[in-house]
Design a binder for this molecule. Structure first.
Ligand code: PLI
Length: 463
């Protein structure tokens, strides 16, 4: 009986109440759109996209309860009721003491970097994230990657590729001295590694090591509930714990957090900085007034804070998270069955194609992942994102490209937006591109912005 139950199909834990019509395009229209966009999927117009897997950021469908919450927005300049609801949600579900709302995650990164990073500092972390590292660098710091080696190997099946290598971390602390370490940056569901989780066993060990040296941990909690899903599924001793309990335990091992609520927390805009230390909070509360807005709205409307408070509660619901990650795993398994090279294990928020293996005839400076994302769009109107050499940017000292080991195309699944039928269409398009992969040409970069170049760079086909 149990076996039979296990094999039964599952479906999304919601009904669809309103739909957004999508636009179908012809091959000729897509070719023209791609040229106009300089072969960068960030520069495509949304109207030219059929299935949009660019990002899971701000692209979720809000629930009817969140929309109802929008109607009780208290748009007072100061002391909005919705701020207090959000503060309560952050305390209840995450356990952090003090809250500074921001318009999105990078604004929280900006503020915490300004407060904690001094010129010449070092910030160790479990793999870089684009905006996080840039804010650390702009504050005069240098990011050092201390994730386990397996995270850089797309074929490693390590269940917790987000883990920190304790040896690497201690070596960095000893090399620079604890007073030069601004904090350790711990991300949950590590984005650039493919949505890979950190284990609680590892986080506890990181906590004792950093406590020994008196170093803070700042948590990039953008996808913490998704990380908790993998802990519940994979980590001994956590199978019977709820997502809410696991999330809270993760947060309790850190001193503060930056949050892009546009992901886990199911809103189209919003973020925050949460912190346990009163002095850091005081400074952050002061700085947010300069860059975002008063400390009780931080660049958000009251209604956005209300939707976020409700979204936080929904994000730790088991049925929600199981279906959310389940849909990503559904797409990943389809691609594996087709023989397409992807990052393993399948991550939480998207399926990451291994462009180095997909297009072995292209050198990394011919931007294989960028070229692959363009080709997929051309085939079917499915929009994906490069996460390889273009995203990695340049070394700020030497000016050379970073050559990351991972050269990936991310098929990112927005939450509660697409059905399994959409996933089938995506998989068939990737299979089609894979069947004619040797014809895919590399690209040359013809325009390169100074910061976060992947957003606005332009390319042309080589040869
Ligand atoms: O896009 P923001 O400013 O709300 O958040 C920045 C940010 C911080 N940390 C992590 C892990 C992210 O994934 C993140 C944003 N990610 C985007 C936009 C993405 O497409 O993955």
């Amino acid at each position: 009986m149990e076996e039979r139950v296990k094999k039964r199909s599952w479906a999304e834990p919601f009904k669809i109440k309103m739909v957004e019509l999508v636009h179908m395009t012809t091959l000729e229209e897509r070719r023209a759109a791609l040229q106009e966009a300089g072969y960068n999927t960030f520069l495509l117009k949304s109207k030219d996209v059929y299935i949009d897997l660019l990002t899971d950021s701000g692209t979720s469908a809000m629930s009817d309860r969140q929309w109802a919450g929008m109607m009780v927005g208290d748009e007072a300049y100061a002391g909005s009721e919705n701020y207090y609801h959000l503060e309560e949600a952050v305390r209840t579900y995450y356990g952090y003491k003090y809250l500074v709302p921001t318009h999105q995650g990078r604004a929280a990164e900006h503020i915490i970097s300004k407060i904690l990073v001094k010129p010449g500092d070092v910030i160790p972390g479990n793999m870089y994230f684009t905006t996080t590292r840039l804010h650390q660098e702009l504050a005069g710091g240098t990011f050092v990657d201390v994730i386990i080696d397996e995270a850089h190997d797309p074929d490693s099946e390590h269940p917790f590729k987000g883990d920190i290598d304790l040896q690497k971390l201690e070596t960095v602390i000893k090399k620079y001295g604890a007073d030069k370490i601004s904090y350790v940056c711990v991300a949950t569901a590590v984005n650039m590694a493919g949505g890979q989780p950190i284990s609680l066993t590892n986080l506890k060990a990181v906590r004792s090591l950093t406590q020994k040296y008196g170093i803070r941990i700042i948590h990039d909690m953008t996808r913490v509930a998704e990380n908790a899903y993998f802990i519940k599924e994979r980590e001994p001793g956590y199978g019977d714990k709820s997502i809410q309990e696991i999330v809270k335990e993760i947060c309790s091992l850190t001193d503060g957090a930056t949050m892009s609520a546009k992901k886990d927390a199911l809103v189209n805009i919003g973020g925050f900085l949460a912190i346990n230390d009163w002095e850091v909070f005081e400074e952050a509360r002061n700085l947010v007034v300069v860059y975002e807005g008063l400390h009780t709205y931080g660049g958000l409307a009251g209604r956005d804070m209300e939707a976020m408070a409700i979204g936080i509660a929904e994000s730790v619901n088991w049925d929600h998270i199981k279906a959310r990650v389940g849909q990503v795993i559904y797409l990943g398994n389809k691609l594996l069955d087709m023989g397409v090279p992807i990052v393993k294990p399948i991550g939480s928020h998207g399926v990451f194609l291994n462009a180095k293996k997909f297009l072995p005839h292209l050198k990394q400076d011919a931007f294989p992942a960028q070229a692959l994302a363009a080709e997929i769009y051309l085939d079917s109107g499915v929009r994906s994102m490069e996460r390889g050499i273009v995203s990695a940017g340049r070394n700020k000292e030497t000016g050379d490209h970073y050559y990351p080991k991972l050269e990936l195309v991310r098929l990112t699944i927005p939450r509660r937006v697409y059905t399994q039928a959409h996933m089938d269409v995506v998989a068939e398009s990737i299979e089609e591109v894979y069947s004619k992969r040797e014809k895919v040409q590399g690209l040359k970069m013809v325009y390169e912005p100074k910061y976060l170049r992947f957003f606005q760079a332009r390319f042309e086909p080589l040869g």
